[in-house]
Design a protein around this ligand. Structure first.
Ligand code: HEC
Length: 301
C-alpha cells in the first residue's frame, strides 16, 4: 500500500507539517492502531500534562509532530514482538553439536606431555660408540676453553692443521705431557717437551704466553683417568689435529691406541694396565708401545 506523497503538492513553508502528518498516517496505516487506544492515550497525555502543571497548550505548529510522537510511543510497547530470526546454519550447528565431556579434559590436558615424549623419541640416539674418540670428544669440553672448540688455539696452543702432530710425532710423549702438564717439565728442568727437532721449532715449557698447560693426571692432582687422557689425546690428534686414521702414516697408531677395539684403551679402562706399565704389558703388539709414565720425562727416542 503506497500512501500518497502529499509533500509534493504542498508549498515549501508547510512541508514540515505535511511530512509530519504523513509520518503519522504511515504509522497508522502500517500498524493499524485501534481508535480506542489512540483515544485512551490522548486522555492519559492530557492527565499527565495536568499533573505536571504544564498549563501552556502545545503550539499549534508543534501539535502535528506531537501526534506523530504519540503514535510512536503507543506503537512501541503494543507492537507484537518481531518473530525471532531463525539462526543461520552455522550457529545452529554450533549450538547443537556435541560438547567435549568434562572427563575428557583430563586426557586432553596430557596431550602436550605426550607430544614432548614423542619428540624426544624422534631425536637421533646418542652415539653409543664408547671408543676413545667418543670419550675424548666429551672430555675435550674441559680443554676447549683454552684450546678452542676446533683446536684453533686461544689461551692454549693450536692443535689444528697438524700442529699438535709436529710437537708429538709419538703419541706416548703427548700422553705423558697431558698427564703431567708444563710445571712438571719446568720442575725437572727439561728444556723442551715433545719432539726436540720439531718442524718450526721445539716447544719449551711456558713458551706460549708464559702460561702453563695444567696437569690432568690424578696422581698430580688432575681429574682425568688414564683412559680419559688417552681418549682426549686421540680426539686432539684425529678429530682436531688432522691425522688421517686410514693413511699409511697413522693407520697403525690409530689401531693400536685410538680405535674402539684398541686393546690398550680397553685395558686402561678396566684397570688391567697403566701409563707406568703399558710398555711392558703390550710387548706382543705388532707395534709395541714405548714408556708413557706419569712424571715429566724427555721425549722417547
Ligand atoms: C687453562 C688453559 C688450558 C686448559 C684448560 C688446557 N690447556 Fe693445554 N695448554 C695450555 C697452554 C698455555 C699450553 C702451552 C703450554 C706451555 O707452553 O708450556 C698448552 C699446551 C697443550 C699441549 C701441547 C701442544 C703443543 O703443540 O705444544 C697439549 C697436547 C695440551 N695442551 C692438551 C690439553 C688437553 C688435552 C686439555 C684438556 C684436558 C688441555 N690442554 C687443557 C693451556 C690449557
Amino acid at each position: 500500500m503506497q500512501p500518497c506523497d502529499l509533500a509534493h503538492f504542498a508549498p515549501p513553508s508547510s512541508r514540515l507539517l505535511v511530512q509530519a502528518l504523513q509520518v503519522d498516517l504511515e504509522w497508522r496505516t502500517v500498524t493499524e492502531i485501534p481508535e480506542h487506544l489512540l483515544k485512551r492515550s490522548k486522555e492519559r497525555r492530557g492527565a499527565l500534562e495536568g499533573e505536571t502543571g504544564d498549563a501552556a497548550p502545545a503550539a499549534p505548529a508543534a501539535s502535528a509532530p506531537a501526534v506523530a510522537q504519540t503514535a510512536k510511543i503507543l506503537v512501541a510497547p503494543d507492537a507484537p514482538p518481531p518473530p525471532p530470526k531463525p539462526d543461520p546454519a552455522y550457529v545452529t550447528a554450533a549450538k547443537t553439536r556435541k560438547k567435549i565431556p568434562f572427563w575428557a579434559m583430563a586426557t586432553l590436558s596430557l596431550l602436550p606431555l605426550w607430544a614432548f615424549i614423542y619428540l624426544l623419541a624422534l631425536q637421533p640416539r646418542e652415539q653409543t660408540v664408547e671408543g676413545p674418540l667418543a670419550i675424548g670428544a666429551s672430555v675435550y669440553g674441559s680443554c676447549a676453553g683454552c684450546h678452542g672448540a676446533a683446536g684453533q688455539g686461544g689461551a692454549g696452543r693450536v692443535f689444528a692443521n697438524g700442529e699438535v702432530l709436529k710437537t708429538f710425532p709419538k703419541i706416548e710423549d703427548m700422553l705423558n705431557f697431558v698427564y703431567t702438564g708444563s710445571q712438571a717439565y719446568v720442575a725437572k728442568e727439561l728444556a723442551v717437551y715433545g719432539n726436540p727437532d720439531r718442524e718450526g721449532g721445539a716447544h719449551a715449557p711456558l713458551s706460549y704466553n708464559g702460561n702453563p698447560m695444567p696437569q690432568q693426571g690424578q696422581m698430580l692432582g688432575g681429574s682425568l683417568t688414564e683412559a680419559e687422557i688417552l681418549g682426549v689425546v686421540c680426539h686432539e690428534r684425529y678429530a682436531l689435529g688432522g691425522a688421517d686414521a686410514t693413511s699409511e702414516e697413522w693407520k697403525e697408531e690409530y689401531e693400536t691406541w685410538c680405535s674402539p677395539e684398541s686393546e690398550i684403551f680397553l685395558a686402561l679402562e678396566n684397570g688391567a694396565t697403566t701409563f707406568a706399565t703399558l710398555d711392558k704389558d703390550f710387548t706382543s703388539l705388532s707395534k709395541p708401545p714405548v714408556f708413557v709414565g706419569t712424571e715429566a720425562r724427555p721425549s722417547a727416542k
